[in-house]
Design a protein around this ligand. Structure first.
Ligand SMILES: *Cc1c(COP(=O)(O)O)cnc(C)c1O
Length: 229
């Protein structure tokens, strides 16, 4: 199947899942996860009307956003693990950062925004940030755990920048776990910490369940682009 056909199918599935749970499909953003995919695949999806793309590796985001700068309404989401020494790249190139998984990373980002505001082009809107939650309390996963509610609230109350906005939370359920359980925890955590209404949850295998649990952003890779090489 072509990328445009896969996109059509997924849009239909998103719409159906939304309607089945009494939600407006327009509340749900489809982020096409293009990590390891060539520029031509992103261009093909763009041609088919896709605008939001997710990348996991700073260097790859840097290269792809520079190469596709002629597509001005393209929206970049950084969804990978971020080391503090690589913060500059999403700060400059991304519209969304889904993976703030520890207080030190948030503090470094605020410091970057304060000290190097001009690295981010003036035309770029404030960087929209999501706190990553380790909903399954899985030692192999990054993110805040349920007991970190106060820690998160304090961090965002103490450190802020006008060019950063905390919009919500994201989670990656554990393989073999119960994704619906993780989605409910994410929703509760986002509410308890006052993070905002955006919930980034759901991937190729579970995005319909995530929508039933309130997802506003699904991150879909394989179901759009096929298996990664
Ligand atoms: C790779 C990745 C995805 C996409 O996963 P698929 O199963 O290919 O849809 C979503 N979210 C994150 C954080 C990822 O790293």
């Amino acid at each position: 199947m072509k990328i445009s056909e896969r996109l059509d199918r997924i849009r239909g599935q998103i719409e159906q899942a939304a309607v089945q749970s009494g939600r407006n499909p327009d509340e749900i953003t489809l982020v096409a996860v293009s990590k390891t995919q060539p520029l031509s695949a992103i261009e093909e999806a763009y041609e088919a009307g896709q605008r939001h793309f997710g990348e996991n590796y700073p260097q790859e985001l840097e290269l792809k956003s520079a190469a596709l700068v002629h597509l001005p309404d393209l929206v970049w989401h950084f969804i990978g693990r971020l080391q503090r020494n690589k913060i500059k790249i999403p700060w400059r190139d991304a519209h969304w950062l889904h993976t703030i998984d520890r207080v030190e990373l948030w503090e470094s980002l605020v410091a970057r925004a304060d000290q190097f505001p001009h690295e981010r082009p003036d035309a770029m809107p404030p960087l929209q940030c999501l706190m990553q939650i380790n909903a399954d309390n899985d030692p192999s996963k990054a993110g805040f755990v349920i007991d970190d509610v106060q820690k998160i609230s304090d961090a965002i109350a103490l450190h802020t920048s006008p060019r950063l906005v905390v919009c919500g939370a994201m989670t990656i359920p554990s393989v073999g776990g119960d994704p619906e359980h993780a989605f409910h925890i994410l929703r509760n955590m986002a509410a308890s910490c006052g993070l905002g209404r955006m919930l980034s949850m759901g991937m190729s295998g579970d995005f319909e369940k995530a929508i039933a649990c309130g997802s506003t952003m699904v991150r879909v890779g394989t179901a759009i682009f096929g298996e990664r090489g």
